[in-house]
Write a protein of this length. Structure first.
Lengths: 193, 170
């Protein structure tokens, strides 16, 4: 259990997918102008990363690795991610059309989010078993969502603050992101994983 | 007829997440609205590439929703609709959180019972299916309470002729 806990903390905070690995920066800057959009995007991405990681783990273990098809890994994973997004969209629409109206707009963005592919490729490097890979994907995406919501909250406050004209908008956003990344570096002493 | 700015009172007195929609059909006692993509994503120039643009009629049509009541809205009119902020987070939890939790629980249970990755995988898939079922039940309860349905708040100003992107004009 301690092993799983360390894996979760390491994936979510110590090696945060956005601030430490610099993945998913497009959505990090693009969808964090409001907390509610960041929350919707974070939840959708968390779901898609976990489901696609689960399927990619199976494909890697039972198809790509045994038959020496590693060179097809990136293409295969991209296809799986696109399929997972379509599956999620169809399922949410079926489960609740009203929910789809609320959250459906974030799903197409996930297909082009490099954090999803990045996490799936990191799983291959980690040589993890099924539960470890699923928990790693879930924790990584929760870390992504946490940073998205934190940053959106900061940007909502920045929008009301008096910022020098040259720094207004994305420049002050990037400076804030760098300070947030510095803060997250404080977690790096917590685990050697 | 409701005038611009005469927002219907929010019974819960909570923060409301607002969005724009356009009237696409008017029936007796009901109008159909098509939500507009908000300007929250800064990449408007690449919207056509990421699939978020308004140029996908099928995707837009799938997101149409009805609004009951004599609101006096006309075809093509832009309006501001809203849902409670809590509804969005609860909706996100029900749609994505519940299936994910059961997926992980099913995977762990499968590994503990069977001891192998195959059983863990099967358990996770079973958990995911159960999660979707539970999610559907919870979503139906929320829908019945009207928590997921956007409400009409007020009319929106029409965008200017040079407006290339959907900026907040409510």
């Amino acid at each position: 259990m301690e092993h799983y806990l360390l894996l979760i903390v390491s994936a979510a905070l110590v090696s945060n997918v956005v601030l430490m690995r610099f993945l998913g920066l497009c959505s990090f800057m693009g969808v964090t102008t409001r907390v509610d959009t960041a929350l919707g995007m974070g939840a959708s991405t968390t779901f898609c990363i976990t489901v696609s990681a689960m399927i990619d783990w199976g494909i890697e273990q039972y198809l790509l690795e045994p038959y020496g098809l590693g060179y097809l890994r990136t293409v295969t994973f991209i296809l799986v991610i696109a399929a997972a997004v379509q599956f999620t969209e169809a399922t949410v629409r079926k489960v609740s059309p009203a929910m789809f109206q609320l959250l459906g707009i974030y799903l197409p963005l996930i297909t082009t989010n490099c954090a999803v592919l990045g996490v799936n490729l990191l799983l291959v490097e980690g040589h993890m078993n099924f539960i470890e890979s699923t928990l790693f994907a879930l924790a990584s995406s929760l870390g992504y969502s946490l940073v998205m919501v934190l940053f959106a909250g900061l940007r909502e406050r920045l929008a009301l603050a008096e910022v020098p004209r040259l720094f207004a908008g994305p420049p002050i956003g990037f400076i804030t992101a760098s300070l947030l990344a510095l803060a997250f570096m404080g977690f790096s002493g917590m685990s050697t994983n | 007829m409701l005038e611009h700015g005469s927002a219907l009172p929010d019974p819960d007195q909570r923060e409301i997440v607002e969005g724009f929609a356009r009237v696409v059909a008017v029936e007796t006692g009901r109008v159909w609205l098509e939500p507009e993509q908000s300007g929250s994503c800064g990449g408007c120039h690449s919207a056509g590439l990421c699939g978020l643009g308004n140029n996908n009629p099928r995707r837009q049509a799938a997101r149409r929703f009805p609004l009951d009541g004599e609101l006096g809205l006309k075809l093509g009119e832009r309006v501001v609709v809203g849902v409670n902020e809590g509804s969005l987070s609860r909706g996100a939890f029900v749609a994505f959180g519940v299936p994910l939790l059961l997926l992980v629980a099913g995977g762990i249970a499968g590994q503990e019972l069977g001891g192998g990755d195959g059983m863990a995988f099967a358990g996770a898939m079973g958990g995911l299916a159960a999660g979707f079922l539970l999610s559907r039940i919870l979503a139906n309860v929320m829908s019945a309470r009207g928590q997921l349905t956007p409400r009409f708040l007020r009319r929106a100003h029409a965008p200017g002729p040079d407006a290339g992107c959907h900026i907040d004009q409510g």
